[in-house]
Design a protein around this ligand. Sequence first.
Ligand code: ADP
Ligand code: MG
Length: 290
Amino acid sequence: MRIEVKDLTYSYEQSSKKGGQVALDKVSITIEEGEFFGIIGQTGSGKSTFVQHLNGLIKVEKDRGSIKIGEFDLTDKKCDFKALRKKVGMVFQYPEHQLFAETVFEDVAFGLKNFAPEMSEREIEERVEQAITLVGLDYSKVKEKSPFELSGGQKRRVAIAGVIVTKPEILVLDEPVAGLDPAGKKDFLALLKKLHKMFVKTVVLVSHDMNVISEHCSRAAIFSAGKILTVGTPKDIFANEDELISLGLSLPTTAFIEKRLSHSGINPKSNLTVSDFIDKLCEEFVGGKR
Ligand code: ADP
Ligand code: MG
């Protein structure tokens, strides 16, 4: 399913006398099926408002642009948002805050029961077990526990299991690694990569972490004041350090070192993943591959 957004404009509190602040201003972008797409930008630049449109949590208003996701036309009054949400999973910042059920099993099963009411108890059980195992938890140990007895990292995994249990084709994540320690972050990204190889075809990831963007994304977009400033590969995105700094953003470590090396006449010209960066440095210094 391709995501096609055209001229999307949105203001909060439009009906208020203040007229509402424009949170999105004519945003147009196409994200192809199969991409691992990053979204960056300062706080308040419109990232969350944008991604909440992708599964219809915020609806496109009349004459304020259009969104098509595969066969779904989100501007159409007849759009089946329930069917859309089954295919477009959304993980919010601190998703563990949304856990509510008495047991881990019930929490993860909730989305499935909601989206696939025709499913048999047995099928539900199988799918819940699969999802919980996929996120790296021991199903038999956690299924009857209260989600509130678990550690922070485990809670977040349960919340994610509750989203992937419907096997969404598109997974949208709004700052999912915020607040995780480096090991937790690494595990989480490994999980995302695994899901992307399985049933999740497209990942849309909002992140403040430039290393995550350079390491994992096929392309990314920079949001600023409700507009998209730049769209491109990490190499395109991180080409203009001055622009990034003026937006309160930074370079990923690879790009930072590459830029500094270029002042000494060394130009590895890598694609900014750590592994490619090291390969290119080896070629430059050693005259061969690792
Ligand atoms: P980001 O995710 O990039 O930090 P947001 O999409 O949350 O940006 O915010 C975009 C703009 O919309 C900001 O000016 C923010 O203050 C405003 N905004 C966000 N959520 C609300 C809300 N619920 N009510 C009113 N204004 C909001
Ligand atoms: Mg946000």
